[in-house]
Design a protein around this ligand. Sequence first.
Ligand SMILES: [Zn+2]
Length: 254
Amino acid sequence: MVVIDGHTHFAGPGNGFPPNTVEDLLAIMDGNGIDSIVTCAPYSSIGKDRTYDDANRFLVESMSKAPERIIGFLRVNPHLQEHALRSIEDGVKNQSFKGVKVHPRNEAFAINSEELAFPIAELASKLKVPILIHTGEPDTYGFAQPTLVGDLADSFPDLTLIIGHMGKRLYEDAICVARWFENIILETSFRSHRDIARAVKRVGADRVVYGSDMPFGVPEIEMMKVRLADITSEEKGLVLGDNMARTLGLGVDR
Ligand SMILES: [Zn+2]
């Protein structure tokens, strides 16, 4: 069985909570039986120029030290439109990034903004990489309700959209919108074992992925919720790693 943490953050010393080195990160992964992680820059690593360029470069360096295990998603500031698009194109084509992460609250944009989000979605669709989107909570109201992801899913049917945190307390909305659009995947961090079981039942075990949001969440705890969920062991295998491996086009027999 392959275990992939589908949502984490990683930055160098001084740019976010630990772990801040590849060695420390791999030690946490080994301690929790995690084969690979999907990771991206945290908001704390945004530069004075409001880009994530330095943080993305740190990830490229980190990926080169453990390419099988560290899977980078490029983080961009959608307000810097041309810059964001150029970064994604270059990052996916030349720097081995496997997806894009956006955070509508941190970057203050609505996830269904035709001006700011649609061009990114269009490019990700063209490059055949998924977008991981932070969703949930009243503090993102107007920006990242999980239902807004449906607008993107409807407009870009070939694009895979991962709803981060399953909408947090708006998880029922996230489950609904994932039922309506097959190109939506739900990521489990901060939801309970019961909510995870409900998502698997309503949406299907092939469209729910484990994520911890490390270092904000704890991999051991978030993984335990999947293990305690009232679903079959086969379904747990899909959620813990096989689904993300399939989504990213990775071999599962590593
Ligand atoms: Zn995140």
